[in-house]
Each structure stands twice: as C-alpha cells, then as structure tokens.
Design a protein around this ligand. Structure first.
Ligand SMILES: [Fe+2]
Ligand SMILES: [Fe+2]
Length: 152
C-alpha cells in the first residue's frame, strides 16, 4: 500500500499540506498510545501499534519527498538547505520501520533485561524524533512549499 504509484499529483499543494498536517495529528494520537504502552512495560504492544501505522508513515514521507521537495527544488532552490536536511530525516524513519522494529518485536519480557531496556529506549527515541520532525516540517518545510507554489 505504501507505493509511490499511488501519489496523487493532481491534489493542490495547499490541500495536500492540510491533509499532511491532519495526518501528523492522527500519528500523534497513535504515539500517545505507544508512550502509554512503553510506560506499562508493554514493548510488544508498543511495537505492534507502530507496525500498524508503518505503511501510512512511509507513504506520508514518500509524498512529502515527491511533491513538496519537488516544488521547493523547482522554485526556491536557493532557500532549500534547511528543508532538505529535515526531509533527509526520513532515512532514519525508514530504517527504523524496516529494520529495527522487527528486532524490537522479538523482544519479550523474558529476554535479556538490557535488550528490553534498549528496545524501550529506542521506541521512546523514535516517537520523540518523529514528533520533532513533524514540528520542523510544519515550521519550515510546509510554509516554504506553500510560498514556492504561490510564487508561480
Ligand atoms: Fe516527513
Ligand atoms: Fe510529515
């Protein structure tokens, strides 16, 4: 389901940005559940919640790269440095969702306590980093893409 072929290139950028913001809010409500699960010492549930939204997060990121970065690079390239850095954070998001989450899923309460703690730390870090990433996009990338689009 997370395929680049499903990107809708006809959706106007302002509408798309509104939708991406509402997706951030939706992911945030899942992160609250992930955080609660970690606090309850339920790493399995926390990783299941993340895996259940993994395809949506990946698709969301691919859309940002395909549409927002495209308009930014075409029209306001000289102002793109910070936005490029923020969008490159998708690399660790993808890596976590494709690799690390699989090993976390295998950690259970009976495993090595150090591994269990590490899994909890990594889940917490993933949520904190993504929250920060969403804020950066909304403060820097989205306004720049809107301005680039409006400056036709
Ligand atoms: Fe993103
Ligand atoms: Fe985003």
């Amino acid at each position: 389901m997370a395929s680049a072929s499903k990107i809708n290139f006809d959706e106007p950028i302002p509408e798309m940005i509104k939708r991406l913001k509402s997706e951030h809010r939706k992911f945030e409500s899942d992160f609250v559940k992930v955080k609660t699960s970690i606090e309850d010492n339920n790493v399995i549930l926390a990783s299941e919640i993340i895996q259940s939204i993994s395809d949506e997060i990946i698709h969301h990121a691919v859309e940002e790269e395909a549409r927002l970065m495209r308009v930014i690079m075409h029209k306001v390239k000289e102002e793109s440095a910070e936005s490029i850095k923020i969008i490159q954070e998708h690399n660790w998001v993808m890596n976590f969702l494709k690799n690390r989450i699989i090993t976390i899923e295998k950690v259970s309460a009976s495993s090595d306590p150090d591994e269990y703690e590490q899994a909890k730390n990594d889940l917490n870090e993933f949520v904190s980093n993504l929250r920060k990433h969403f804020k950066e996009e909304e403060a820097i990338v989205f306004p720049l893409a809107l301005r680039a689009e409006a400056g036709d």
